[in-house]
Design a protein around this ligand. Structure first.
Ligand code: ME8
Length: 520
């Protein structure tokens, strides 16, 4: 058992160099879901996201658009916030690296590391990838002039720079990674990072002098602080490092930094070493999830294959998108986005399995009990089996979520939905309805169906943001679903008898694949 009842999760702070695409939504929906899940379990959660606004890449993008950097990022950050609102990504704080408190504390962080003797002045001569804001050595490029991460051309940089002694901490970091198997997840990425560090760490250039869109180095204002030192610090400045000790101590160390595998290196090498130099504990876990690809490869503007989540929400609604992102791809591995697969999921899992279960159940309560939730009577074996299945589902969902296996957790919930559909076939309510002596039994069966739907709706709350309440509305217990906690879901029989169900439109209309593609 953890002693702290808090849970702190973060997303990367995205570059406001362009609008966000489905890949960014993937990370944020995942972070939002684990935050909502922990909340359901009673944790005091802190969910942080934001925008990474400084650096050469943003400065150039703004110049191309003929705008001042701050004006440029202000416009794009507004689109980030609008997207999170539509996807109901309910962050507790949105940090912008241009806000005063962040800038001041980053300067303090630089000063502390410098005073500790871990930063020294020198000259940087080497390669730089501006889209990744990453330094590369000749050895790492292996004779090519292309960034090993993104494949774009690197530039030669020669300038005075402050350096951070990464090398001094390499052994300590390696030991930490080896002693704490959960620190870097999934396992395969952990091994990649270990071999990267074992090749030796060069000291890192942490200031630039050839542009000025950044936080000034506090001891030398010719320099601006390297954007990754600035950006990574957001995880502590946002919760009050050097500003609000109480809040900082409450949430730090973070439970999970969720990032894409592209930036795992920054989070498992540079970031822990910054924290070691500051004498702060390291985050409990950095999880590097896989890449969401399209059929034509990695999303990029030049290929014209960027998937805009706003269009998908317009066409299909929020919950189908959230469901698809979390269900379709195993979280650690790469996956391919396809609209066909999304429509298939909507039709089979959402409309067919879940939508039909709700529809059939509500129709029967209306038909046989005038819409009044009946009393549950004596339980038979088949009822006990359903109850045990629901209890087991809770356990399986909990286990999967503790390893961020979203797809498995949803599969377990769908097993309960399918098991409940099977319960209808086993108990044949329409046969019971023909016999007046079986009225009590019919009531028990329908009560159990509604109760299974109550538990399903509660379990879905972290994943889907409209559906649980729509189900609640139809069963006449919307408030109960809003307030439900994990213990309520573990307790069979909480649904009050006597409430009124009300049938509404199907929660997920089926989508005709051919019609859809003819339209777009
Ligand atoms: O790297 N599939 O910001 P960024 C899955 N500012 N995830 C994807 C994705 C895809 N196709 N495309 C993007 C930065 N992502 C820095 C972060 S943090 C201190 C600074 C997600 O705007 C994924 O989480 O380039 C990836 O790591 C992140 O967006 C990169 O966002």
């Amino acid at each position: 058992m953890t002693t702290k009842n808090t849970f702190y999760v973060t997303t990367p702070i995205y570059y406001p160099s362009d609008k966000l695409h489905i890949g960014h939504a993937y990370t944020s929906v995942a972070a939002d879901t684990i935050a909502k899940f922990k909340e359901l379990q009673g944790y005091d959660t802190m969910f942080l996201t934001g925008s990474d606004e400084h650096g050469q890449k943003i400065e150039r993008k703004a110049a191309e658009a003929g705008k001042k950097p701050k004006v440029y990022v202000d416009e794009i950050v507004a689109t980030f916030k609008a997207l999170w609102e539509r996807l109901e990504v309910d962050y507790d704080y949105f940090i912008r690296t241009t806000e005063d408190r962040h800038e001041e504390v980053v300067q303090e962080i630089f000063r502390k590391i410098y005073n500790k003797g871990d930063i020294y002045k020198g000259k940087y001569e080497g390669w730089y990838c501006t889209p990744c804001e990453a330094f590369w050595t000749e050895r790492q490029l292996e004779g090519e002039k292309l960034c090993p991460d993104c494949g774009r051309e690197v530039e030669w940089v020669e300038e005075e720079s402050y350096f951070f002694k990464l090398s001094k901490y390499a052994d300590r970091l390696l030991k930490h990674i080896k002693d704490n198997p959960d620190f870097i997840q999934p396992e395969s990425r952990r091994n990649e990072m270990i071999s990267f560090i074992e090749q030796g760490l060069d000291d890192l250039s942490v200031s630039r002098t050839t542009f000025d869109w950044g936080i000034p180095v506090p001891i030398d204002d010719k320099h601006v602080i390297y954007v990754w030192l600035d950006a990574l610090s957001n995880y502590i400045t946002a919760i009050g490092y050097l500003n609000d000790d109480e809040n900082f101590n409450k949430y730090w160390p973070a439970d999970i930094h969720l990032v894409g595998k592209d930036i795992l290196r920054f989070h498992t090498i540079i970031w822990p070493i910054i924290l070691m130099s500051l004498d702060l504990p390291l985050p409990k876990q950095v999880f590097g999830h896989g890449w969401l690809l399209t059929k034509t490869g990695k999303m990029s503007k030049s290929k014209g294959n960027v998937v805009d989540p706003n269009i998908l929400i317009d066409d299909f609604g929020v919950d189908p998108i959230r469901y698809y992102l979390l269900r379709e791809v195993a979280f650690g591995t790469d996956g391919t986005y396809s609209t066909e697969a999304l429509i298939q999921r909507i039709n089979s899992d959402l409309a067919n399995d879940l939508g039909n279960l709700l529809n059939r159940t509500i129709s029967m309560v209306e038909q046989y009990f005038n819409g009044v939730i009946p009393k549950s009577g004596l339980a038979e074996d088949v009822d006990e089996e359903l109850k045990r299945f629901a209890a087991k589902t809770l356990e399986l969902v909990d286990n999967s979520m503790s390893e961020l296996k979203y797809a498995v957790a949803l599969e377990e919930i769908w097993n309960l939905i399918r098991r409940t559909n099977k319960y209808i076939d086993q108990t044949t309510p329409w046969v019971l309805a023909r016999d007046d002596n079986k009225k009590d039994r019919l009531g028990t069966v329908l009560y159990n169906l509604l109760e299974s739907l109550r538990i399903t709706a509660g379990l879905l709350k972290p994943f889907l943001v409209e559906t649980p309440y729509k189900i609640g509305e139809q069963i006449g217990i919307r408030d109960m679903i809003e307030e439900t906690n994990w213990d309520d879901l573990a307790t069979w029989g909480l649904l009050p008898t006597g409430g009124i169900v009300s049938k509404a439109e199907p929660i997920f209309p089926r989508i005709d694949m051919e019609e859809y593609f003819a339209m777009v």
